[in-house]
Design a protein around this ligand. Structure first.
Ligand SMILES: [Fe+2]
Length: 267
């Protein structure tokens, strides 16, 4: 394909379907440079349902109850958690790519925002893969679960549902649990992992904020109110269940309102 005429959507799809994490990252980084240099078009491409994005043969995908658990005081125990975060970041890369590829009639800022998320998720994934290697393990050494991607598939028909559920529920959950994880790694004297998790936590606030921004946009387009719509989505996809406790300060920074946090607390 003539580079001059490549479409952002076809580049995103190509990265989405590429199996190896670092090869995926390389396509994202190259796409970002081309986008910056205004070499990409927004020429639409056919949108397919992506039930299986590109991923390596391992890790094996298992139900959450079959995930490995080890004591954090051991190197393997720390590697299990680093592996789980690497897997989340790998999925987050795919989710951001899918957000770019799937919704092709959005304002230009939407593509700036989601390409930035792609770049940062790819960077996070590489930070975790590198740390995993330093601990003597590789991506694929432990099983993983596929909950994030399953939610992506379930919401692939609607920008409103996707923005409401993925960044505002799943990614926001990352804001809640990462400080506790940082504390545990500090307790295990693993300051190298801590500094990497701190980068992730910081950037993730921005990703949830981007999700909030485009959820609000989707609500406005549909002529519906943000909070009742979010509650309806929680009932539709999660049987009205939300998991706390919440990292309220980070969530407020990411654009949740205090009123919304009060409602979540009450649920
Ligand atoms: Fe991330």
């Amino acid at each position: 394909m003539n580079k001059q005429q490549a479409s952002l959507f076809s580049c995103a799809y190509q990265a989405l379907m590429t199996p190896e994490p670092l090869a995926k990252k390389a396509i994202i980084d190259a796409t970002a440079i081309e986008w910056e240099q205004e070499q990409l078009t927004l020429e639409p491409v056919t949108v397919e349902r992506v039930s299986k994005p590109g991923r390596p043969q391992k890790p094996a995908l298992v139900p959450p109850r079959e995930l490995v658990k080890r004591k954090i005081s051991t190197v393997e125990g720390r590697a299990v958690i680093v592996h789980a975060v690497a897997h989340i970041e790998f999925n987050a890369m795919n989710l951001a790519l899918d957000a770019l590829y799937r919704f092709q009639e959005m304002p230009i800022d939407y593509y700036h925002d989601w390409l930035l998320v792609c770049i940062e998720e790819a960077y996070h994934c590489s930070l975790m893969l590198e740390r995993l290697e330093q601990l003597g393990f590789q991506y694929g050494d432990f099983p993983a679960h596929n909950g994030l991607w399953e939610m992506a598939v379930q919401t692939d028909h609607s920008l409103l549902d996707r923005m409401g559920m993925v960044p505002r529920v799943f990614e926001a959950r990352g804001l809640d649990v990462t400080p506790g994880m940082i504390k545990r790694f500090n307790g295990a004297q693993d300051h190298e992992t801590v500094s990497r998790l701190e980068i992730i936590l910081h950037d993730e606030i921005g990703h949830v904020a981007i999700g909030n921004r485009w959820f609000e946009y989707a609500c406005k387009q549909a002529g519906v109110e943000v909070i009742p719509t979010f509650q309806k989505l929680l009932h539709k996809y999660m049987q009205g269940q939300v998991r706390g406790p919440f990292h309220t300060e980070a969530r407020l920074e990411a654009g949740f309102s205090q009123h919304e946090m009060d409602i979540l607390e009450a649920m």
